[in-house]
Write a protein that binds this ligand. Structure first.
Ligand SMILES: Nc1ncnc2c1ncn2[C@@H]1O[C@H](COP(=O)(O)OP(=O)(O)OP(=O)(O)O)[C@@H](O)[C@H]1O
Length: 241
């Protein structure tokens, strides 16, 4: 079943971010959202998670769903180790034995074996974000909201994180809504990609990518074509909208 948001209205004082806004989110897929800075991408995630209250709108299919949120900064607890940070969010969900199994499994999937006892201050930015991603997936949410989780990381680290992300996602095909400014990231991860306009947000265009994520190459002609089209919508169309 597809999750649907209908007739969303959200404003901040006089700024109307969403008005009669509709969007469909396919379950068990990754939906990427691209759009100009400040258009309302984070606001959409925040209305879905309930951090921000929509003034109007129906959220169909979201009612009984457990929502996880991965932010741009890893937000690890500095006083807990890599292991402890993942364990912390699983404490009330799984028994001790289950937790041990799950944590070691996820640590392995993001290639952090051997770093279980390290503290956040002793590992690199890319490793911190790998812990955060492992923690986000280890928590049994139905929908995972991700707000530019790879922003500011260098290209090689970003590629490693994308690969780790795909591996984690394939394990249970979580429903993911992924906000990014990076077209290549969207093309690497998205099953569906929405391009938002400036506020009040309209969906300018959506793309579907059918190729399995683990088999995608950014050199594929079809992906190069989509990349160019997205680029033109974002950076050329926007000059006059
Ligand atoms: N709490 C708030 N109070 C007032 N205005 C806000 C608030 N939160 C966001 N805004 C404004 O609403 C608009 C949408 O913000 P939002 O953070 O959702 O955009 P975004 O698309 O995620 O931006 P970016 O791409 O820069 O992260 C922006 O103009 C922002 O300044």
């Amino acid at each position: 079943m597809t999750l649907k948001i209908q007739q969303l209205y959200k404003s901040y004082q006089r700024l109307v971010v969403f008005e009669n806004f509709n969007i469909n989110i396919p379950q068990e897929h990754i939906t990427c959202i691209l759009g100009p800075s400040g258009c309302g991408k984070t606001t959409l995630l925040n209305t879905i998670s309930g951090i921000v209250k929509a003034e109007a709108g129906e959220f169909l299919g979201f009612g009984d769903k457990v929502i996880g949120y991965l932010f741009q900064e890893p937000r690890l607890l500095p006083w807990k180790s890599v292991w402890g940070n993942i364990e912390f969010v699983l404490k009330d969900v799984y028994s001790k034995e289950e937790r041990e199994k799950i944590i070691s499994q996820y640590i392995k999937m993001v290639n952090l074996e051997g770093f279980e006892d390290y503290y956040p201050k002793d590992i690199s930015g890319g490793m911190l974000q790998r812990v955060a991603i492992a923690r986000a997936f280890a928590y049994p949410s139905d929908i995972l909201l991700m707000d530019e989780p790879f922003k500011g990381l260098d290209l090689k680290i970003k590629r490693e994180l994308i690969d780790a992300f795909i591996k984690l996602w394939m394990k249970d095909l979580r429903t993911v809504i992924f906000v990014t400014h990076d077209i290549e990231e969207a093309i690497s991860l998205g099953d569906r990609i929405y391009i938002f306009s400036k506020a009040p947000v309209k969906i300018k265009k959506s793309f579907e990518i059918a190729t399995a994520k683990e088999k995608r190459s950014l050199e594929d002609e079809s992906l190069i074509k989509i990349k160019k089209e997205i680029h033109d919508i974002l950076f050329i169309d926007d000059l006059d909208t």
